[in-house]
Design a binder for this molecule. Structure first.
Ligand code: P6P
Length: 338
């Protein structure tokens, strides 16, 4: 019956109708993202065959090799947005500086921050990767600037991700719950497959790179030891599940129940605040998590959505997942549980 299901565009239009004051710009922006998502999905799924794998030889602002698909995804999104009239200014993991959309007065009412292809180091081994996006209202009118992008996550108008895995799914929220849409590649449509997603009250999984164990903050170390201790009443020990692709790890935890941690790393002075980026990784996923009944904090107990960004590529430690588990992790991070 999927051919007659609710499409993502239909769902967005239904949502817009609930807001008479809506201009349709956010709907237009999301629809442009959907087109980009379909383009990227086709390319990612062809990667193994189209011999597009391998390094493009470029290095991005993060000091990481840029794989060709990273560049493709970045260009696909920038091109859709550049002439859409919905976006005033953008930030991308693949761009050192903010990307202005128009040289003169921009009509765009929104900002877009995105990670075009997160987890790209997994592309060569066919592990799921994803696009993450975050949308805010532009506040500087005709002359947008970087401060339009540096807004706390709680002000997001919409956020979400596309996961390119065994199937391509778009999961997003405009502040009225979290909804998941699965792409039917035979007709090129995303159909509503996961309405009103809620994180399970308790987790079964924990996701963390155990190879960094010796460099975790004490609170994180104590919390992971707690999760690995047998206690039937609280469902412990949890199972470890770590894919090394943020979108894939987050998506599993969102659907099946889990907690993901990427804490700060005492070993690496270049990443004193962890590896993941605030604007286009932690904040959008935190928005989704809270909308789904979960929560997201730093490893010293600050709510991700309340952090005032200071730089486009600012990194933050991230603990995100089912609210019950994040609340306990917070107690360990504050030394209130040992
Ligand atoms: P590590 C992928 O490179 C990424 O940015 C995220 O998708 C993922 O969660 C994390 O890094 C994995 O990092 O250090 O465990 O390999």
């Amino acid at each position: 019956m999927k051919k007659f299901g609710v499409t993502v565009s239909g769902h967005i239009m239904d949502s817009q109708r609930l807001h008479p004051e809506a201009t349709g710009d956010l709907t237009g922006l999301l629809n442009e993202l959907i087109v980009a998502a379909k383009t990227i999905s086709a390319e990612v799924n062809m990667a193994g065959l189209a011999d597009i794998l391998g390094m493009s030889g470029d290095i991005n602002v993060q000091g990481e090799y840029v794989q060709k698909l990273d560049e493709f995804a970045n260009t696909a999104i920038k091109r859709r947005m550049a002439h859409s009239g919905y976006v005033a200014i953008m930030a991308s993991e693949e761009e050192a500086d903010a990307v202005m959309v128009e040289d003169d007065c921009s009509p765009g009412r929104y900002t877009l921050a995105f990670d075009p292809l997160d987890g790209s180091s997994n592309i060569d081994v066919n592990v799921s990767v994803g696009t993450i996006f975050s949308i805010h209202r532009a506040s500087n009118g005709c002359r947008p600037n970087e401060t339009d992008l540096l807004q706390p996550g709680r002000r997001q108008v919409a956020a979400g991700y596309i996961i390119y895995g065994s199937s391509t799914m778009m999961v997003f929220s405009t502040g009225e719950g979290v909804h998941g849409f699965t792409l039917d590649p035979s007709v090129g449509e995303f159909y509503l497959s996961h309405p009103n997603i809620k994180m399970p009250g308790r987790s079964r999984y924990y996701s963390i790179n155990e190879g960094n164990r010796k460099f975790w903050p004490p609170g994180v170390l104590a919390y992971i030891d707690y999760l690995q201790t047998t206690d039937k009443t609280s469902g412990r020990p949890y199972s470890g599940r770590y894919i090394g692709s943020l979108v894939a790890d987050f998506h599993r935890n969102l659907i099946a129940g889990g907690i993901f941690l990427y804490p700060r790393d005492s070993r690496n002075p270049l990443k004193p605040t962890g590896k993941l980026r605030l604007l286009y990784e932690a904040a959008p996923l935190a928005f989704i998590a809270e909308q789904a009944g979960g929560r997201a904090i730093t490893d010293d107990g600050r709510d991700i959505l309340d952090i005032d960004p200071e730089a486009l590529h600012q990194r933050v430690p991230l603990i995100i997942g089912c609210r019950h588990d994040v609340d306990i992790a917070e107690k360990f991070s504050r030394g209130e549980m040992q």
